[in-house]
Design a protein around this ligand. Sequence first.
Ligand SMILES: CC(C)(COP(=O)(O)OP(=O)(O)OC[C@H]1O[C@@H](n2cnc3c(N)ncnc32)[C@H](O)[C@@H]1OP(=O)(O)O)[C@@H](O)C(=O)NCCC(=O)NCCS
Length: 216
Amino acid sequence: MNIRTATLADVPALANIAVTAMPDDPQWDYRFPYRLKYPEEHLAAIQNVYRSAVEDEASAGTVVKVLCNDKDEPMALSVWDLLYLGKASGGMANFAPNPNRPDASLVRMTAFLKAFQAAHDKYFDSVYGNKQIRLRVLCVHPDFRRRGAGEALCNWGFDLAKQEGVPVTIVASPMGKRLYARLGCEVLGEYEIRADGEDESCTEICMILRKELRAK
Ligand SMILES: CC(C)(COP(=O)(O)OP(=O)(O)OC[C@H]1O[C@@H](n2cnc3c(N)ncnc32)[C@H](O)[C@@H]1OP(=O)(O)O)[C@@H](O)C(=O)NCCC(=O)NCCS
């Protein structure tokens, strides 16, 4: 397994991993309830997200790290906002509600972003400002799980955070929480995402790897 920085040539592979792996995170079907009805539009929208994440590296301090198989094909991906570089707010535009996406629920994307930003303000940004690294996305292709790929990608950013003397902040899914807890992260709190007038909701978990609590 080899970890490297993603390039624009990897964008189709990144989107394929995301649309295959991320439905195991409940917020995915919450935000994109029509993804199975509009699979091509869903894939195209996710490709746009990853294209801009790869392009953002120089301007916004976002880094996409991939873990590859022995043919150098990405099997897992992680997106990191290196906020300590002080370049920008960290790629929040990629979560912006898009009224032109048929695969997504606009009201849920709006509720998601509002709750996400409020939680970041409360648990992370009001305390650490730019002195943090944010793990924005972690996903591993289902065929490649439970081999340490998620842990290896986490350790790339955790090692950088240790070197820079900053914490890693994470909004975790239930699956992610297990991995991050095993690696020494601590739960700060949870929040619920619910659009006005809807019963459906999902819950996200705010976690932190404090520099002094790092597992290894
Ligand atoms: C969460 C996720 C990223 C974990 O990826 P992964 O590559 O399977 O993670 P790891 O292999 O490092 O660790 C996962 C488990 O496999 C176990 N494992 C690690 N290496 C192993 C190996 N060689 N053999 C068997 N099991 C192994 C770990 O102990 C761990 O077990 P645990 O969950 O009981 O603690 C992946 O399940 C995923 O993509 N989920 C959907 C998207 C998601 O929720 N992402 C997190 C968003 S915050």
